[in-house]
Every structure is written in structure tokens, then in C-alpha cells.
Design a protein around this ligand. Sequence first.
Ligand SMILES: Cc1ncc(COP(=O)(O)O)c(C=O)c1O
Length: 345
Amino acid sequence: MNKHNSIRNQAWECDLRSDTFTSPDEGMRTAMATAIVGDDVYGEDPTVNLLEKRLASLLGKEEGVFFPSGTQSNLSAVMAHCGRGEEIIVGKNYHVYWDEASGASVLAGISLWPVETGKDGSISPSSVEKAIKEDDPHHASSRLLCLENTVGGKAISLKKMQDVSYIARKNNLSIHLDGARFFNAVTALSCKPEELANCADSVSICLSKGLGTPLGTVLVGSSKFIRKARRNRKILGGSMRQVGVVAAAGHYALDYNISSLAEDHKRAEYFAKELRGMDIGHVESGTNMVFFTPLDGQTEKLRSHLEKYSVKIGDQKPSIRMVLHRDISDDSLEKAINGFKTFYK
Ligand SMILES: Cc1ncc(COP(=O)(O)O)c(C=O)c1O
């Protein structure tokens, strides 16, 4: 939990909109301020180089490359896997398909083939098999399977990840894993980072979600793949200079913030249990997320009521997504629970 409110410009005491609403705490800021830096475009920033190596080795891959955002990391990855006229098979609710403005199509001539996902966010092996196109000049060429874990807070089991990647590999597809919340998944599945990463050829890991850095994503994969992805980062304008100041936040997050993800998960479970106990709507939860669909559909009124308690929720409908993160303490969560109670009393 971030105890350094004095250096945060946080409008809300309990901001449940996303785990991107964390602010770097004092320890992280000190690490950033004292980072040894160099020009990363020349490959001379030791703090960046070490972070790339560190995550690659943790996930059992050859190399890594540092990006300003998860979106750019995913796009550089799919551009490294696919050429123009090639196709990505991807979950229809996955970020790469739904939330990245079709960058792969707009900028790289890659088509996206969305498939249904299960309740746990997984793609079944049979839907991958069905989505693979015949080698026919009329069709795009199926080239890549894009996975995600966690999906909407749900951690997809290792077995399901392994089964779907087995089918993809059998059919000569490459596999990219959008692991924006990779360590939430690893925490929930109680597995080794390498075990989950083995299900894919490349993995994108965001440091700016539950891990609490202000920005930064590391993409890992084989040396040949990372070389292409680094070139794509240049094309997309994402190469940075003395960015060790940000990579230092990443090192700090890996040192100190992975272990507290389990606390966010516990708080989400507790929050979901409290909401279920009020019998006011449908509640689902997984890792650090809670989804609440109010029976009365009074989302707008609920939102303005909660604001009086300094609690902020998003504007999704009909189901409101609420995300626990390191800037939400037990006390601030109690404020939210109390806000719900007083609204529905
Ligand atoms: C699953 C997933 N993938 C990728 C991203 C993209 O990350 P960024 O916002 O850093 O571009 C997000 C952002 O919320 C995400 O939730």
C-alpha cells in the first residue's frame, strides 16, 4: 500500500477505476532519482539493459526490450510475428482486438480474427483449430495466436494455456501472450513465471498496472524476435533516451511490489463477498478485479453517491469494473463498502 499521500495528487481516496491509478511511492521515486542512466537508443542505459535481461531470464526467454506502453509492446510484437496479409487469431474481448484501435491493421496490414472466449477468458483449442484458414490465395494466412492472462481479472489455468498453445504450435502458429497483468496471473496460479511464459513465444509484461510504476512494459522472446521488435519500436517512435529513470521504477517494482499483489487479490475477494452479502446485484471477481451489475440499474446515482465518500468507480454498463491496487488500503476499501451500504440501505 502506498503510504505517501503527500506526494500524490490523487483526487479520490479510493479510486477503483483501474490499477493504473497507482502513484509511485517514496521508495520508487528514490530509485528513479538515483538511477544510473545512458542513451538507450545506443543500448547504453545500464538500468534498462539490466531490466530487459532480468525479465527475460525470469520468464526463461533469451532477450527483452523496454517499451513506454503495453499497447506499443503488443503492436511491436505482432508486427514482429506477422507480415502484411497475415492474420492473428485473438479473443474477441482481448485488449489487442478490442482496445488497441486495430493498430495491427491500421499500421501493419495485419488482419485480426476474433474468436469467442470462455467464462474464464480462455480460448479453446477447438476454436483455434476452426479459426485457422486453409492455405488458399483467397484467404489471409493464419500466423499468430494472441493470448491474454489475466483476462478481466480471471487467471486462466496453466493447463488451459498449455492445451491451447500445444494446438497452435502443432499448426505452426506463433504465440504472443499479452501479460499486462502477468504477475497477477502467476500469483493466482501459484506457478513459476517461466511455466506461464513457456505457453508463448513472446510475452508482454506491464509494470504500470498493479506493479505500480508510472509507465513501462517489457517484451520478452527469442533474440531474433526481440531484434525485430526493437526495430518496430523505432518505427513506432517508442525508442527512448535516458529512460533508466523509468526502468529503475521497474526494478523497484520487481523487488518489492510483486508480493503485495496477493493482498490486492484478497481485498478483491473480501469486497466481492461484502457486495454479495448485500444482495444488490450480480457480483463476479478474480485476482484484483470485481465486476458488479446492480439489480436496480442505478449506476449513475450510485456513482455520484460514492463520490461523496471520495470513492470513484468507472462508467461501464451494465457491469461496473472495480479494480483493487496498491493505493487502496483496508481503510479506503471500507469507505467504498460503507458507500455501497448507505446507498442501498
Ligand atoms: C490486458 C491489457 N493489455 C494491454 C494494455 C495496454 O497497456 P497500456 O495502457 O500501457 O498501453 C492494457 C491496459 O490497460 C491491458 O489491460
